[in-house]
Structures are given as C-alpha cells and as structure tokens.
Design a protein around this ligand. Structure first.
Ligand code: G3P
Length: 223
C-alpha cells in the first residue's frame, strides 16, 4: 500500500519524506489556502521534495476552466496529478486532460456509481472520502471495499486512493479493503508509528544498554 500525505505544509512533507515511507502528496484548495503562499511556488517546492505523484486540485467548476488550470498545473512539475471533481464538467475535463497525457485524480467521490464513472473515464486515481461519509452516518470503508471489488471485477486500472482518513484505524481498514493508496494527514502518519509496547520496550532496552555501559566503565576505571 502506498502512503500519501494529505497536506500542503512544507515542514510536514519534508519530515514525512525524511522517514523514507512517503509515496506521494495530495493537496486541496483548503490546504493551499492555509499556507497563504503563491500556488505555483508552493506546488513546485512540494514536487521537488517529494518525487512521487502530487495531486493539485482545480479551483473552478466549468470544464474549460478546469482544462486550462490542469494544463497549467502540469507545466509546474512532471509529478503533478490534476484533481478534478466527479461532476459531468470534471469528467469532461478529465477526458481532455487525459488526451494530453495529463494524469487525473477524481475527487469528492461518495458512491460506487461515481467511482465507476471515474474509472470508465480513465482516471489515474479515484478518491473516496472515508471520513466525510462516516461523519454522515454512512460506512466510508465499505465504499472503498466496494470500489476495489468492482474495479477488480472489470480490470480497471484506476488506483483507489482512500482519502479523508482521520485516524490510524481508517488506514488499517483501508489497507484490508484493498485500497492501493492511503492519503492521510501528517498527524495520522505520525500516529502509525505509535504503540505503547514499542515505547516501553525501547525504554527498557536503552536503559539496559546504558546500565551495561556504566558497569563496563566502572570495571575499567583504575583503583
Ligand atoms: O483532500 C481531501 C481529503 O482527504 C479531505 O479530508 O478530513 O477534510 O474530510 P477531510
């Protein structure tokens, strides 16, 4: 399973990249607005830090506008993937961008029919929003499972990118459901390392190593 970080924070992306487990980045207009920087400059810096796919979301609702933005984003860096919403306009834009070999991530996906549309149109990625479905009393992970099963059934090549993941259990369930990619907030990626037994075990091992070192030094000390 690939791990993407869902942020536009340079500090977070740099840290995740330094761990050696970062496969890509997803941004959205909310993340970008939070950084308060020029969009192009920010994305180019992100693309230079993380060589994997970096999703950049369009900021208009009409196909022509999305095509224009997508073409521009694709000139910013070779690893840019254009994010378009699963609307008729978004899918029209995807077809046009795909004809120019620009990869797209279809976002704001909340149902299996929407995911089938994305795959049929040739999306590189489809992004079901797990947390937002859960927030509304639906089962987000079940949607990821259903999309994976349907795609397998028809041999679609679109990669299932589980998005809107809010905690490590979402990541675990997305992996078990067969998602190709989990995109998660930096905090969640950090939490994946955590287990109380790791902390307790490490503390004991380090203490034992320090105690042995001290004993050896005492033995070596001249009397
Ligand atoms: O980028 C899309 C997505 O991952 C949003 O997550 O937590 O705002 O629903 P969230």
């Amino acid at each position: 399973m690939e791990f993407f970080v869902d942020t536009a924070s340079i500090t977070e992306i740099r840290t995740a990249q330094s761990w050696g487990i970062l496969d890509g980045v997803t941004t959205n207009p909310t993340h970008v607005a939070r950084e308060g920087r020029d969009h192009k400059e920010l994305i180019q810096e992100i693309c230079a830090i993380c060589p994997g796919p970096v999703s950049v979301e369009t900021t208009v609702a009409d196909a022509e506008g999305m095509i224009g933005e997508g073409e521009t984003f694709a000139t910013w860096a070779p690893n840019v993937v254009v994010k378009v919403p699963v609307t008729p306009e978004g899918i029209r834009a995807l077809r046009a961008l795909r004809a120019k070999d620009i990869r797209c991530n279809v976002t704001l996906v909340f149902s299996l029919p929407q995911a089938l549309i994305a795959a049929k149109a040739g999306a590189a990625y489809v992004s079901p929003f797990v947390g937002r479905l859960d927030d509304n009393g639906a089962d987000g992970i079940q949607l990821v499972r259903d999309i994976c099963a349907a795609y397998r059934h028809y041999g679609f090549e679109t990669r299932v990118l589980a998005a809107s993941l809010r905690h490590p259990v979402h990541v675990v369930h997305a992996a078990l459901a067969g998602a190709h990619v989990a995109t998660m907030p930096f905090k969640v990626m950090e939490q994946l390392f955590n287990h109380p037994l790791t902390a307790i075990g490490l503390e004991k091992f380090l203490a034992d190593a320090r105690a042995l070192q001290a004993a050896l030094e005492t033995r070596r000390a001249p009397v």
